[in-house]
Design a protein around this ligand. Sequence first.
Ligand code: SF4
Ligand code: FES
Length: 212
Amino acid sequence: MIMGKQKKTKEIIIQIDGKEVKAAEGMTVLQAAQRADIFIPTLCFHEKLEPYGLCRICTVEAEVRGWTKYVAACLYPVERDLIVRTRSEKVDKIRKLILEFLLAHAPNSPQLLELAKEYGADRDRFEKESSFCILCGLCVRYCAEVKKKNAVGFVECGSRREIQFIPEIAATECINCKECFELCPTSFLQAAFVLAESLGTNLHLIMSNMSS
Ligand code: SF4
Ligand code: FES
């Protein structure tokens, strides 16, 4: 019997915050940092899901052979000669602005407020939005990719985009699952589901009523 050759993953040494970190080819900066116990904040990342790259809170400074760029750590692959800075004046500024935008949706989210404290973000900088959802997609993707149920999805476009439970599926699936509730960075998903269920109406109506 001829045995196929096993492909060996190449090891790459990168530098994160001045520390040499071993990473395997194909890993993202976030995975390499987590392996080395270096913290990078995330909101739309979940280890069981495909990377989404939406929230950008994981932005870091990446320098390769003298060129510096700002990249999403959850998407950016490690490469040779890579130097990563997880905190810098510009990185902190980017995260602060992102948080201020997100707090317009969910001003009382403990997770966002905790990050806001760290980056000096002003909770009330922007006018409040009618939807609590920060569009991280965790609930939608978890339900589709892990649970394979698609009981919750995005509706509408642009600034009106938000999540909605699909009543026909949610009625049978969500009651016994509820695994997405604790994933939501705003912590309002559960309340929205319960309200939608009890009122038999859509989330946009509920959330606009809540914010008025
Ligand atoms: S409801 Fe929560 S988990 Fe779902 S997309 Fe919006 S913010 Fe993310
Ligand atoms: S955690 Fe990387 S973009 Fe959201």
